[in-house]
Design a protein around this ligand. Structure first.
Ligand code: BDR
Ligand code: CA
Length: 311
């Protein structure tokens, strides 16, 4: 299986992404999870990550708390989407397993330096602070990574945090800029892509009906998350952003994509945090990012249903 570290701020859709990955042990080995302040503050994202690995029956997956907030800006959270706890809607007991004592950034550096070159993939599902800090502390990790697959950004659909910027990139644009500029192989699941796979009520009913504990609690989370609404397209469906990262690792062929030059704006007051995608290659700049544009929803949701209910 492909070895991955999940860097995350759970978060409803983060929980789906983690369960989807842990339910796919033949293809993915989650070697560790690092947490970051994002959807809710760090103590909650860390606790939530522990709850999710326990729900998956995988308390052996170590969880490391990373940075509480962005490199330069002040933390902006999203309780209006994910609830006060970050995982409102589900009834998950207090985690039994403790957090690891090592800092998440130190763990990233150690794990990547210790692994064979080209082995580890880092999946970022929140603001990219931890990875950017790790790259700053130890630049030799950059050529050692196989790939960074991130949920963040968007270009054609505009932003969801500002007219120009998606939440994860907007919260820590400087971190994203550092990673996009680093030369590491990148795949970006931005909102252009995530809004093409809408989670429907029918699918949630099917998930719940599988009867597994993980599936039922995931459906409970989604019931809360879905209330936040579909202001964007006026449809009853909701995108399940972070899970699109796991879906890509498992089934890249159901995604439409293009290698492009992508930069992150960190200077303009109106568009800070925007991922500027050179889709037509007009700048001639190095194509640093595999930009995911569209998902085939049916196979994506079938696979996720199968994997989460298998836990
Ligand atoms: C991203 O923002 C967060 O609220 C979600 O967890 C996801 O990572 C979507 O813009
Ligand atoms: Ca997230």
């Amino acid at each position: 299986p492909r070895k991955i570290i999940i860097d995350t701020d759970p978060g409803q859709d983060d929980a789906f992404a983690i369960l989807f990955a842990l339910g796919s042990p033949a293809e993915l080995e989650v070697v560790g999870i690092t947490t970051v302040g994002g959807n809710v503050p760090l103590p909650l994202t860390s606790k939530n990550a522990l709850k999710v690995v326990e729900l998956a029956g995988r308390p052996d997956v170590p969880v490391y708390a990373g940075c509480p907030g962005p490199m330069v800006k002040t933390l902006m959270t999203a309780e209006y989407v994910h609830g006060k706890t970050g995982l409102d809607g589900a009834d998950l007991p207090e985690p039994v397993t403790p957090l690891q004592s090592e800092h998440g950034v130190n763990y990233l550096v150690r794990a990547i330096m210790d692994a064979p070159e080209g082995e580890l993939t880092v999946c970022t599902l929140g603001p990219m602070t931890n990875l950017a800090m790790a790259m700053t502390m130890e630049p030799r990790i950059i050529p050692r990574l196989r790939e960074v697959v991130l949920m963040g950004g968007g270009f054609f659909e505009g932003g969801n945090a500002t007219p120009a910027a998606e939440f994860n990139i907007f919260v820590d644009p400087h971190a994203a800029h550092k990673v996009f500029d680093s030369g590491v192989p990148l795949t970006m699941a931005g909102i252009d892509c995530t809004y093409t796979a809408m989670m429907t009520l029918e699918w949630l009913d099917r998930l719940r009906a599988t009867g597994s504990r993980a599936a039922i609690e995931a459906a409970n989370l989604a019931d809360f998350y879905r209330q936040y609404g579909s202001h964007k397209f006026g449809t009853p469906g909701r995108p399940i952003h972070d899970a699109c990262v796991t879906g890509y690792l498992l089934a890249p062929d159901i995604y439409e994509k293009r290698q492009c030059a992508v930069t992150v704006d960190i200077v303009s007051p109106e568009t800070i945090g925007m991922t500027v995608v050179d889709w037509w290659h007009v700048t001639g700049r190095r194509k640093n990012c595999n930009v995911l544009r569209r998902i085939e929803p049916a196979p994506f949701f079938e696979l996720m249903l199968q994997r989460i209910s298998a836990l």
